[in-house]
Design a binder for this molecule. Structure first.
Ligand code: ADP
Ligand code: MG
Length: 694
């Protein structure tokens, strides 16, 4: 049989049904899949040692002749030991294997072979324990070279995978190199076939690094091409141009209780400019927690409404949607705008509770001008009259699909005319380092608020040791005496975690009965009914309660400027970005605020990570640190949510990200329709499902 790239793994020699199934479970179905199944690390067994020089506790390779090999059965321990005596020009040593009696069928007395593995000092002297063995061949696969290590599960052995990949490796030459010659030359890349060969069975460290570079380039280049493609397509899509009303904007800014920061003004101006064109703006607004993004979004919405269009704001939680509704109603009070709130349990039109039918109607007819809501906004039955602008708050909390749905539901299609899309502003307080944002959201324009409103004091952050717990409680009592409020956060291991709910309930009881019996303590967690949640939040906002004991439900957006203490229990359970979000619930006004971090962990690593909260100057710096501690995948949950394509490249390959971005820009500047790049076009089309398309 002739093996091709599309040949099924089950049709390969020595692959039976069982092995084939195991390979499928690893996502390996065809020869092509095998070729792209990269090793996750390597063992350098390329240097051959002399037996006389061998030191214990090292990884080595020797080449020697077998003097003796035999199985021994140890009845007492119910196992086999295979013992082997190996000699080279400098001496001899013993190798042992446990429970692999078949080895005596493969290796015979008199054979010369390579042995790679660990050397241990045992009661019987220096030995190799369980080394990988391989007879001398024209080219070695498992020993005497840089050996690829694949992640194997499903009871597959390292040797099986290596054997298969080696078997199909010659087919690498049939892989079409989809990167144009010019890009390859300019970026000094090696060709794809060579890269695949070298990534699996490297000739040396140098060729390996060239191979990895090339394959990383592939992955990042594809992402950047997709980004460019979206950017280009957006230019062809129509949107409703929003005219900037200077007078109205001035009036709005003057009506605020404080001056806008220079940064807020700049960003507001950028956005107003971008939405004045007749193709959709697609922008990410990043601003540290508490930097005042909401008012910027409101300023834009006001202009949109002034142009006769609707604006919608989607927030990830019921509590947050309600809070936005209140804040925005208040700051727009003088502007006679009709505001709607639409959540699963709450329907308000201009502060009056209404029926689902009436609110749907008000949105459909355009009576509601600014619509604030949760996921409820993307229900099938909701249609807008003339939606010109969408704001997605805390956008990292939404899936790609949810964001896309809101956008698509609002396109207008009259007759056969072209669809018209609204402008989009995504907002996030998860500070994403610029390098990451470039890759992640390269299809979006970026605005960043780096400045905090005036008069904010740095939040004093302390990691509190258990013996200082009482002092922390005393401190809280004192702050409350001064008129402030406090949050106490308890970890919830999972949303649905019953144990976690109990933990927060127990903590609530302890605090309300034993620690602060004279204060008003309340409890908030995700399992409460929506109206209960609302009344708890209301009371805290209106200063009817002093202390709010809560789970991570308060993580995003909650704005209670009078609160000045954030106490976090079990902090080791939270990521840095999340802890930073919690801390951002305080320090939102002029009061000096405090964040007390409690942990039972004694691990140096955990403490060092938490310490970053104390040292980092702002959210961006913290995000960089978090990136170092945990890697991008874990920090932002990216691997699940949007980058399944990254197998070898990392989001920290900053230089390569820049390089591939340039290359992609070059392609689109040259031929935006990709007529001369059919292979790239195919790749992008295939990838289209993964696009943000926001
Ligand atoms: P975030 O960017 O985290 O969403 P918010 O929009 O909730 O922040 O704003 C945080 C707090 O800062 C709010 O109480 C808001 O009223 C206040 N705020 C916003 N802009 C300013 C400003 N320029 N000066 C003073 N306070 C401001
Ligand atoms: Mg916010």
């Amino acid at each position: 049989m002739k093996i091709k790239l599309d040949t099924k793994v089950g049709e390969l020699p020595r692959v039976g049904k069982i092995l084939s199934k195991k390979l499928n479970k690893l996502g390996l179905f065809t020869v092509r899949d095998l070729l792209f199944y990269y090793p996750f690390r390597y063992q350098d067994f390329s240097t051959i040692s002399h037996i006389a020089d061998i030191q214990p506790n090292t990884q080595i390779t020797i080449k020697g002749q077998i003097n003796l090999i035999a199985n021994k059965r140890i009845f007492r321990r119910k196992m086999y030991i295979t013992e082997c005596l190996i000699t080279d020009d400098t001496g001899s040593m013993k190798a042992v294997w446990f429970n692999q009696p078949f080895i005596t069928k493969m290796l015979k007395q008199g054979d010369t072979a390579y042995f790679s593995g660990k050397v241990e000092l045992t009661a019987y002297g220096i030995q190799m324990v369980g080394p990988t063995y391989e007879k001398i061949k024209k080219e070695q696969t498992h020993t005497a070279r840089i050996v690829p290590v694949y992640s194997v599960t499903e009871n597959l052995t390292a040797k099986q995978i290596r054997y298969l990949i080696k078997l199909v490796l010659p087919l690498a030459r049939d892989l079409p190199d989809w990167i144009p010659e010019k890009i390859i030359k300019h970026n000094k890349l090696i060709n794809l076939a060579a890269a695949i060969r070298e990534v699996h069975f490297p000739t040396n460290k140098n060729t390996l690094s060239q191979a990895r570079h090339r394959l990383k380039f592939n992955e990042l280049f594809l992402i950047q091409l997709n980004n460019q493609n979206i950017r280009h397509r957006l230019k062809q899509i129509k949107a409703l141009p929003i005219k900037f009303n200077a007078e109205l904007t001035k009036k709005f800014i003057a009506s605020l209780p404080w001056p806008l920061t220079a940064n807020q003004k700049e960003v507001g101006w950028d956005i107003l400019k971008a939405i004045s064109f007749d193709h959709p703006m697609n922008r990410l607004l990043e601003g540290d927690v508490g930097s005042g993004k909401t008012v910027v979004a409101t300023l834009i919405m006001l202009n949109v409404v002034d142009n006769g269009f609707q604006a919608a704001l989607m927030a990830p939680t019921e509590i947050l949607a309600q809070q936005h509704f209140k804040t925005i109603s208040t700051i727009l009070e003088k502007f006679h705008i009709s505001l709607a709130l639409l959540t699963r349990t709450n329907k308000l039109l201009n502060n009056t509770s209404t029926t689902p039918k009436k609110i749907t109607e008000a949105i459909r007819t355009g009576q509601a001008q600014i619509i604030i809501g949760t996921h409820a906004l993307i229900q099938k039955k909701i249609t807008f009259s003339r939606l010109g602008f969408i704001v997605i708050d805390e956008q990292h909390r939404f899936g790609v699909d949810q964001r896309k749905m809101l956008k698509q539901k609002s396109q207008e299609k009259k007759d056969n005319s072209q669809a018209i899309y609204p402008h989009l502003l995504s907002m996030t307080a998860t500070p994403i380092p610029r390098s990451l944002a470039l890759t992640l959201y390269g299809d979006l324009d970026l605005s960043i608020i780096t400045q905090m409103p005036q008069g904010r004091k740095k939040i004093i952050t302390k990691i509190v040791s258990p013996d200082k717990r009482q002092a922390a409680y005393d401190f809280i009592r004192n702050e409350i005496k001064k008129g402030r409020q406090a949050f106490v956060i308890c970890p919830l291991i999972e949303e649905s975690d019953k144990l976690g709910v109990r933990a927060v309930t127990v903590e609530y009881k302890k605090l309300s009965r034993e620690i602060f019996p004279n204060l008003k303590v309340d409890l908030l967690h995700g399992k409460l009914k929506a109206d209960k949640k609302e009344s708890v939040m209301q009371k805290f906002t209106h200063h009817e309660t002093n202390i709010l004991v809560a789970t991570s439900v308060v993580e995003v957006g909650i704005d209670v400027p009078n609160a000045s203490v954030m106490m976090i229990e079990g902090a080791e359970r939270f990521g840095l970005a999340q802890l930073h979000q919690f801390r951002g619930r305080v320090g939102r006004a002029k009061h000096q605020s405090y964040c007390f971090i409690f942990t039972d962990s004694e691990s140096a690593k955990t403490l060092a990570r938490l310490q970053a909260l104390v040292t980092a100057k702002n959210g961006f710096e913290l995000a960089e640190m978090d990136l170092e501690f945990r890697g991008p995948g874990e920090v932002f949950g990216l691997m699940q949510s949007g980058f399944p394509g990254l197998k070898i490249a990392k989001l920290t390959d900053v230089e390569l990200i820049q390089q591939t971005k340039k290359a992609a820009e070059y392609i689109f500047a040259n031929d935006a329709n990709l007529t001369t790049y059919p292979q790239i076009r195919d790749k992008i089309l295939k990838n289209n499902q993964n696009l943000h398309l926001e």
